[in-house]
Design a protein around this ligand. Structure first.
Ligand code: DP6
Length: 324
């Protein structure tokens, strides 16, 4: 009657920013990410635990909008299990700031998909758990898998072939990720809303989408060669082009703050000194710095000196979502 799952956040190296179908979160292009040990969501789903669906995150009931989103995953799992109207109690705890661009929606929806399927007695292959998680948050489909993960957009209108695929497991390569937190509040505009606004109003959006295949090819080759320098070149480019596309919307969508830019400058200073490191950022002001293991301490100490930095979290490639 009850199942608990753990899932981890993921950080995209080639970014997802644009849907073909916003209801099903079917992306307009592929994307590629690393699942991160160190940024975890633990979710318990209980059948018969409430008279109607309830979702608590870190002990607080969520907004009606957040519940509606989670119910896309819960409804799809209930339909598969043939338990259409069974209410579920969902209790979720994040080990990191919620909704501040640290991909809590990804780890949250991945943990929700696995725990809901578990509580309903469904034994689904990871690809199908990935499509379930995707209904709650697109990027969550990648957190079902560990290590280096590709999201294949798929071509079926029902989204059944739009899911993550593991390229390499977590232990394949161990670059470190220094997560530099400058804001701990939720972001003002969700990624889904931001993507819709960008597609509707940014004159750069088509050019952005056209760059995805080349970025994916280059990122996959860099990962296959365990080449942090080449990976950094494509990841920084994908990140900055995504943020340029966001900033070109009407009204503008600016997620990076002055603190974010100071960190980016700090990473560039380290690169100038020959330190193997690169930056990336999702739809929020926090910056993730990838580096070789031997540079981690230096990167963290330099980042910690920058004004505006509130917290540093150490992460590295981690496992996919699983029942515990
Ligand atoms: C910028 O699929 O996480 O992180 O669920 O609305 O937060 P929401 O959308 P989500 O969008 C992710 C966008 C991104 C880039 C990426 O992860 O590829």
């Amino acid at each position: 009657m009850k199942a608990t799952a753990v899932a981890r956040a993921n950080i995209a190296l080639v970014k997802y920013w644009g849907n073909l179908d916003a209801r099903l979160n079917l992306p307009a292009a592929g994307s590629l990410s690393v699942t991160l040990a160190g940024l975890e969501t633990r979710t318990t789903v209980t059948r018969g635990g409430a008279s109607r669906d309830r979702l608590m995150i870190n002990g607080d009931a969520v907004s009606p909008a957040a519940l509606t989103r989670a119910r896309r995953v819960m409804d799809a799992a209930r339909a598969l299990a043939g338990h259409d109207s069974e209410p579920l109690l969902v209790e979720s705890v994040n080990s990191f700031p919620t909704a501040a661009g640290l991909a809590s929606s990804a780890s949250g929806m991945a943990a929700l998909a696995v725990a809901t399927a578990g509580a309903l007695g469904l034994e689904l292959p990871p690809e199908q758990l990935s499509t379930l998680a995707r209904l709650g948050s697109g990027s969550a489909c990648r957190s079902i898998f560990g290590g280096f993960v590709l999201w294949r957009p798929g071509s079926r209108p029902d989204g059944s072939d739009s899911h993550g695929v593991q390229l390499h497991p977590a232990e394949y390569w161990g670059p470190r990720v220094v997560v530099v937190v400058v804001a701990e509040q939720p972001k003002p505009v969700s990624s889904s809303e931001g993507m819709a606004l960008t597609a509707a109003t940014s004159p750069y959006h088509q050019a952005w989408l056209q760059g995805a295949d080349r970025d994916l090819r280059q990122a996959r080759a860099a990962i296959a060669a365990r080449d942090l320098g080449s990976l950094g070149q494509v990841a920084q480019r994908s990140c900055l082009r995504m943020h340029a596309n966001m900033a070109a919307t009407d009204p503008p969508l600016i997620y990076l703050t002055s603190s974010s830019w100071r960190i980016i400058e700090g990473v560039q200073r380290l690169q100038g000194q020959g330190v193997p490191a690169f930056f990336t950022a999702d739809a929020g002001p926090n910056i993730k710095v990838f580096c070789e293991a031997e540079a981690e301490a230096k990167v963290a100490s330099e980042m910690g000196k920058i004004p505006g930095v509130k917290q540093i979290i150490h992460a590295r490639p981690g496992e996919g979502a699983a029942l515990v």
